[in-house]
Design a protein around this ligand. Sequence first.
Ligand code: DP6
Length: 351
Amino acid sequence: MNMDETVTAIGTPNIAFIKYWGKRNEKLNLPSNSSVSMTVDEQLNTKTSILFTDRLSADRVYINGEMQDVHGAEMMERLVSLEILRRLAGEKRKALVVSENSFPAGSGLASSASGLATLTYTAAKALGLKLTPREMSMIARRGSGSACRSLFGGIVKWRKGVREDGSDSYAEQVVRPNYWPELIDIVVVLTRARKKVSSHVGHGLTTKTSVLYKSRLAYVENAVARLIAAVKERNFETLGELIMRDSNNMHATMLDTWPPLLYLNDSSKEVIYRVHELNESEGKIVAAYTFDAGANAQVITLKRNVGKVTRLLGGIESVNDVIKLKMGNGPRVLGESDSLIDERTLRPRSG
Ligand code: DP6
């Protein structure tokens, strides 16, 4: 076991092709439907360093240089993953956690997924626990549902499971990144503003109030199966249609929530129209947009069409940034020189 030693690891977000929206159990983060995502490469990443030490009387967490209120309601829910791991290891000492995201939080760029997956992975390593990625995915899920999918690289399925205790609700790899290396996720940053209603809160509102939500649940498991088949066949046309339809379907249930949840803005709609225009002019689906609980778009395409898609997006006035991502491999441990912790002062390392 690594005693009194800082462990640092890096993890990445994932973009859902079939979305997780709605929970059958809020405490355990058990989803009402299965979902499928692509884990992205390290251009967007979370780096996390963890030190278990008896020099602290309470956990101390810094995210992007800011000390968090570990007794705040949301932080406490998130840190349940750390608590579970500490109990598993029989560890009594408190943790110093320093985490840095390479992208803005709360803007629909999956910062909670990347953050909680990396926290779980790093803490498991720091505690010397020999857990499988599947076991870690179940623990990360408790902190943030979508995080469970970032424990694996490539294309990943999160099984909704049927058991009350959540023991069959975990993530698993569908294909490795090198199965379809041509697949690209273009992140289109339209706004860096924080969304008004977090997905954390949105899940429950839609489940409780949307009339359309029932029809989403009736279609979605079958869509998961068809999407996985399209990935295995490397059939981009079918994959692209399923991705766009699922994003639209989820956003329809969001609009149908009372009071309504409106995450898309005029620029998001511009992306939707332009992608459809491109596909029409090509006579087939060459690009597919998808939106999480935020206005920023992600456009999935194949390597050979990246130029075309980028030109198309370049014509949209409000595009702040375009980031082209490949599939990533999932989290990994970094070296000592990457540590974000100053062990002497128990603060983030400066610089
Ligand atoms: C729209 O995983 O952020 O991005 O489990 O409450 O932390 P919590 O929710 P979260 O929800 C993500 C919703 C989504 C779709 C997806 O990633 O599947």
